[in-house]
Design a protein around this ligand. Sequence first.
Ligand code: GDP
Length: 487
Amino acid sequence: MTDNTDTIVALATPNGVGAIAVIRLSGPDAINIANSVFKGKDLSKQASHTIHFGSIADGDLILDEVLVSLFVGPRSYTRENVVEISCHASGYIIESIIKLFIKKGARSAKPGEFTLRAFLNGQLDLSQAEAVADLIASNSKASQQVALQQLRGGFSTQLQALREQLVNFASLIELELDFAEEDVEFANRDQLKQLIHEITKIVGRLINSFELGNAIKNGVNTVIAGRPNAGKSTLLNALLNEERAIVSHIPGTTRDTIEEVLNIQGINFRLIDTAGIREATDAIEQIGVQRTMEKISQSALLVYVFDAAEITIEELNNDIASLQKPGVTMLVVANKADLLNKSDSQEAGMSERSFADLFANAYSFGERGLFTSPSTDFRTFGFPDIIFISAKEKHHIDELKHKIYSSAVKDQLSGDETLVTNIRHLEALQKTEEALVRVLGGIDGSITSDFLSMDIKQALHYLGEITGVVTTDDLLENIFSKFCIGK
Ligand code: GDP
């Protein structure tokens, strides 16, 4: 995995027909190999960062007219000699040129091998190398920004600073070990405690940032649930501003889940419309109800929609109670608010108190007051905040979008802070935190320098794993095998 004495070659652009394809060579012989088949200038005599027109020929047979970009190491992505050939993107031409390079001494690159070399040669640290993959996979403004920040080393710089401080103390404690007989303390315990406290705080903040970082990178699973006919499909359409899901009058017709992506200010919310949560009467619907409950447990956000003109207080309370799951934020949405002021729900004989009644008693439905959400008053009725909308009339959809966004982002996104997006980094940070807690406990319990030193080294080890100061072949294999060939 870590042999980088040879020259590697791969297609750097996607497979398939296009205008141009880029074939990349990296390694000590990259320029010589390209030069041996290039008809044009002598590439070995050209300066770095220059582009040359010519053709690639296998003996007398011209394969293509190309542009050759030269990057002389160490001024390149991999810090090795790198040559990029821009040729015409025919599968036949690409294959012929790569085969020719292999005949001349290059070998096919393994997945992620260019980036691996960039890491091994000190161009990028490990978290930056991972950011390359994230950047390529980014599909929203926010995910692109976070990956770019990590690629530029924001995260690495922060970790590096933490490590340096810890290394200082570790070495002082090591010194104490050397003078063990003399019972000296080079490392001031109070200072050490303060430092560990500070580091633990930063590590804790990074750990906490994962929830948002992950939301940005992978999107937020969002379930829209509610009784049949509450207006879930209509709401989904209103949110997406398109006629996607099938809207119908027959209760229970949205039997299967539909997944759509709603992008709010750069964050992808994966909306899942589900079958109604009413007690199911037939088998197919039963599956739908079950699936709703499953989807809710797999989500971060639940948008519970009810028909404000129809639902009774008891039903509403039951729904809210039964849909609440730990770790899932619930937004309660009163739909069909446009019907509230025309409500005929106070008809005689209605045995249970309806939501519309309660709402009618508590508020007047002037045009202006209709869509306000008097949250504190609702709390006095035992309800959470309720957002009033009309999915059909598209009223208050933007307000709802804002609530959806802020449920995921809260107040954390200021633009330049470091967000952890990678589960590997999260785990290493958690282990660092555990080790730091042991260090603190050790100082308080006055344990001996050698144990203290061990725990500090553990913390250093885990911090180092993130940027790759500490690596194993397995770890590298694991990370880079997930890259595509050519990266
Ligand atoms: P679902 O079963 O929860 O997906 O409900 P649908 O989206 O299929 O809507 C059921 C019915 O309610 C349809 O006839 C919709 O046109 C109607 N509806 C949905 N939202 C509103 C609304 O805000 N106001 C009114 N008046 N009708 C609505």
